[in-house]
Design a protein around this ligand. Structure first.
Ligand SMILES: [Zn+2]
Length: 147
């Protein structure tokens, strides 16, 4: 009565999740029978959490959350930090690196705006100085025209 074969990733995920969410929740997450989970856990020497979250009122109760946990457990490591699972679908980074990248992007935008403001201020100052003190050559030319 062996069902789908277990992949190495499944086993890693079970080793990660079993002690955390228990057999019933794992059965939901892996879409396997509770007996299959218990059997595999025993074969691998994994201790399943006693009070399975599948029977208690916690956020892990939902199969969707359990499925997400499996995804996290099976995700490859983030290519940027190699510390956390690369679970962000768009960037392929971990959540931490994803937010850091967003922060860096915003800081770049802020720096650009600040540089533009300084440029504008410098231009205005130059314009005012030119208005207040015309170039001597220009002043002489004006005198020549007026006389
Ligand atoms: Zn990362």
């Amino acid at each position: 009565m062996s069902g789908r074969p277990w992949t190495r990733k499944d086993e890693i995920a079970l080793a990660y999740l079993g002690p955390r969410i228990g057999g019933v929740a794992c059965a939901e997450a892996f879409d396997r029978s509770h007996d299959a989970i218990k059997h595999k856990a025993h074969a691998l020497g994994i201790r399943l959490r006693r009070k399975s979250l599948g029977t208690s009122i916690t956020p892990c109760n939902s199969p969707r959350v359990a499925q997400r946990l499996v995804e996290i457990a099976m995700a490859p490591l983030c290519p940027a930090c190699a510390k956390y699972p690369a679970t962000h679908r768009k960037t392929g980074l971990c959540e931490v690196c994803h937010w850091r990248a967003l922060i860096a992007e915003h800081e770049l935008e802020i720096a650009k705006v600040e540089a533009q403001r300084k440029l504008w201020a410098a231009r205005s100052k130059l314009y005012r100085l030119r208005q207040a003190e015309p170039m001597p050559a220009t002043a002489l030319e004006l005198e020549a025209v007026e006389s």
